[in-house]
Design a protein around this ligand. Structure first.
Ligand code: NI
Length: 183
């Protein structure tokens, strides 16, 4: 196995891999499944709701997420705003955005101590392949739509720093500088 999943850990900004667009996953095999399982574990350990491959140092088009039910989120929402457990997204593509962009506060496991409003469309439709090689389509709203777009951005080398409102940028200026100096 080329990648040892037990050696993976979450990397933080300004690590270069976070700015590197991920490569398509060509074959969904045991290595990919083991990495996805380890990413889910790391995501839970860090109490996050999503984690993208570049965040564990891999330039792969893959992310995992688990947006829990509760706090007004339900599978019965149309479109759904949560998941009923962890999900793996391989080679995802955005098929459609709906609605005018709305601000909402986001954080990122690779940007400790940074939180700020990001503008995003409220509903998104995405296609992807799961860890068993099955293609699927998902239309999502609420926190799930936000999380999908946030993780998708990671696969393009895009961070919330690039999309935060002007006010959020100002508010986080010192924290960003501290991170840049910490390496
Ligand atoms: Ni993130």
């Amino acid at each position: 196995m080329a990648t040892d999943p037990t050696k993976l850990s979450i990397v933080t900004y300004p690590e270069k891999v976070l700015r590197t667009p991920g490569k398509a996953v060509k074959e969904i095999n045991d290595e990919v499944r083991a990495v996805a399982a380890r990413m889910i574990e790391l995501m839970y350990e860090a109490e996050g709701i999503g984690l993208a491959a570049p965040q564990v140092g891999l330039s792969w088009q893959m992310f995992v997420l688990d947006v829990p039910l509760g706090e007004g989120r339900s599978l019965a929402d149309d479109p759904p705003t949560a998941t009923d457990g962890p999900r793996v997204f391989i080679n995802p593509k955005i098929a459609k955005f709906e609605g005018p962009s709305e601000p909402f506060e986001e954080g990122c496991l690779s940007l400790p101590d940074i939180r700020g409003d990001v503008l995003r469309p409220p509903v998104v439709t995405m296609t992807a392949t799961d860890e068993h090689g099955k293609a699927f389509i998902i239309r999502a709203g609420g926190l799930l739509a936000r999380c999908l777009q946030h993780e998708f951005d990671h696969l393009q080398g895009v961070l919330i720093l690039d999309k935060m409102t002007q006010t959020a940028r100002m508010k986080n200026r010192t924290a960003v500088r501290d991170l840049e100096r910490s390496r």
